[in-house]
Design a protein around this ligand. Structure first.
Ligand SMILES: Cc1cc2nc3c(=O)[nH]c(=O)nc-3n(C[C@H](O)[C@H](O)[C@H](O)COP(=O)(O)OP(=O)(O)OC[C@H]3O[C@@H](n4cnc5c(N)ncnc54)[C@H](O)[C@@H]3O)c2cc1C
Length: 265
């Protein structure tokens, strides 16, 4: 069985700053990490091949330094890693990202299962997993918090999807795309042996021209039907606090008086 896990390299802080003119993220001085939801996808892939046999490939589209996150995936136990990087991918929106990843997955065939996180903690759209399924014409199983059954030989998967008001059990044929939630497992830490192996492993970097059959017009900024026109941080709300002194009775009476005076009640 061949499982491909899509991992995104995201800033390891929520205090991200944007260039007000270009709208692009200011990456300088900010560390990166594997998108937390993708850690669960990696763990699930590793567990599935431990049970059913096979290999796990970690796939990332990002800047050259995203090799670091792929090395972490290798150190956790992934068998190979591929980085999609190059000018032609820059400025991709979720559709162009899904297109690039789906072309790479096609180049990695045969693939039985594609695992993604529920969403990336920076872009937050949750669109890339379903986008990949759409572009590859595969069934998509989203918000999965348990894989109940997997039968690679029969080409069948049964999962539990977590909904707001309950759980849905869904079956689909393989290959399929599954996006996973946080509660599905507890991701492992890399081992010393894994770290050594990861350091010694060459990570292929594929540029747009390395993706067989990929149309360059559908990649990067040119291939993106949407554009971020403005990114901004809402101004902090200003306010003031008033303390009411005295015992409970006095302070409550003063508070009520003030609320009535301000016409709040
Ligand atoms: C310079 C720049 C310009 C951009 N311009 C636009 C724009 O014009 N319009 C727009 O809509 N967006 C734009 N973006 C945002 C970018 O398109 C999204 O970050 C990207 O498409 C992923 O979407 P997401 O973060 O919402 O991921 P989600 O859809 O929330 O991610 C879900 C899952 O998909 C997988 N995944 C997502 N991204 C990757 C990846 N790169 N590699 C591997 N797996 C991945 C992971 O498993 C992840 O858990 C821009 C980003 C940059 C850096």
């Amino acid at each position: 069985m061949h499982v491909v896990v899509c991992i995104k390299s995201v800033p390891e802080t929520t205090e991200v700053q944007f260039d007000p003119i270009t709208g692009t993220m200011l990456r300088e001085g900010i560390g990166a990490e594997i998108n937390p939801f993708d850690m669960y996808a990696l763990e699930e892939g590793l567990r599935l091949v431990a049970t059913h046999g096979g290999t796990v490939t970690a796939l990332c589209m990002g800047p050259p330094q995203a090799q670091r996150e792929l090395r972490e995936a290798l150190a956790m136990g992934c068998h190979q890693a591929v980085l999609l990087s190059g000018r032609g991918f820059a400025g991709s929106d979720t559709w162009a990202t899904a297109y690039a990843l789906s072309r790479a997955i096609d180049a990695l065939q045969p693939v039985d299962l594609v695992l993604c996180g529920k969403q990336a903690i920076d872009g937050d759209t949750g669109q890339v997993g379903p986008g990949i399924a759409n572009q590859l014409g595969l069934p998509q199983l989203t918000y999965v918090w348990r894989i109940r059954e997997l039968e690679p030989a029969a080409g069948r998967i049964v999962v539990e999807r977590l909904l707001e008001e309950g759980t849905e059990v869904v079956s689909a044929g393989l290959p399929a795309v599954v996006t996973v939630l946080k509660g599905i497992n507890t991701p492992r830490y890399p081992t010393r042996r894994g770290l050594r192996r990861a350091r010694a492993t060459e990570i292929p970097v594929w540029a747009p021209e390395d993706l067989p059959g990929a149309d360059p017009a559908l990649l990067g900024l040119d291939g993106s039907p949407t554009q971020v026109v403005r990114v901004f941080t809402p101004p902090r709300r200003s306010g003031q606090a008033q303390l009411f002194e005295g015992d409970t009775e006095e302070s409550v009476a003063a508070l009520v008086e003030q609320l009535l005076a301000d016409k709040v009640v």
